[in-house]
Ligand binder design. Sequence first.
Ligand code: HSE
Length: 434
Amino acid sequence: MDGRMKEIGIGLLGFGTVGAGVVKGLQANGELVADRLGARPVLRKIADIDLERDRGVSVDPAVLCRDARAVVSDPSVDVVVELIGGTRVARELVLSALENRKPVVTANKALLAEHGPEVFKKAAESGVDLYFGASVGGGIPIIRALREGLIANRILSIRGILNGTSNYILTQMEEQHSSFERALGEAQQKGYAEADPSLDIDGVDTAHKAVILASLAYGFVVPMRSVHVEGVRNLSEMDIFNALALGYRIKLLAVVKEFGGDIEVRVHPALVPLDHVLASVSGVFNAVMVQGDLSGQTLYYGRGAGQDPTAGTVIADVADVVRNLVAGCPRRVPAVPLVRRGRRIRSMDEIQTRYYLRMSLLDRPGVLGQITSALGRHNVSIASVLQKEVRVGEYVPVVIVTHEAIEKDCDAALEEIQGMDLVGAKTVRLRIEE
Ligand code: HSE
């Protein structure tokens, strides 16, 4: 191709799984991308504290360095790609790059979810691009869809499987009868998990992503503290298989909904009917269903984690920044909606859904009657009951599926029930999303 093609210098911060993927991706497809853009992204610097480890990719030693700050201020670097992760060093470097009027591409969902207002403001003040496509959904262009393809829509709801590690664990537990620990170890080995895997299995990574999607949909950064977060860490095999017997599969879901002008943002495991499209999303795959008032339902599906898919999205962001630099139109697509409107975030007490309740009850006459009366007193109506003839000591597991109820009422009923001396271990309560 044209050797005189304009070159745009890229400075990469972080040479980990995704960073090495970006290097490999540019080596493999850089010319293809350059042909499509009419300009060539060129890796000028790569910073990491560990320069010894073999990443399975060869780079010119002259581009490698340990000093990320020097990369940010290097005049040959036009675009900063932040793939360090975490919220401390990454925040400082991203703010400093934006301050230096350098466009930033980042995959850092924690940074945006925890410090979004500060980072978005700095990008706007400096008048430069901030792209974060790989922060949600790995290889799926969901951010791009919300920022552009769905811009005409009022977003009614977003439901997503957004953590590849958790989904991989649930699939392995169901299909391979793997233990939770073994499945997590495999996810780590395959490069899906966060450096601190508790972010994956406690639902925090999904919550970060839910906050980013909600911010794009509703124009304000939902504070992390207002998001209800539960992960997959404490799910038991018994519930996975009970759910299947009842016609459901358990998935870790992010749910973002508009409700009478208010917003609901929550992350928790949920029973999804087996014929629901989200129930068929297995392994490391992610999927997001967006309900817009004009477009109706749209679905985005693909690999939610892993080196190559995530690198593909990072390079796509770099391509957008390169286009804008070449055309002289930075911020053609602003990072977040330009006019912010606050919304009330609904508390969990207010949500209305169906529930799966697994109780441990004494196997004696009249016990079920007392339980159903307590549920009824709190306006929780029963849809089905499943009692297994498997005793655990004096107790039998009883699974109750309810009709739609208000969470506050369900909590009150469970509190009353837990106080009864006919109840053993704490009741497992899971929500059902249809
Ligand atoms: N740890 C994340 C996941 C990586 O498992 O989905 C992608 O954000």
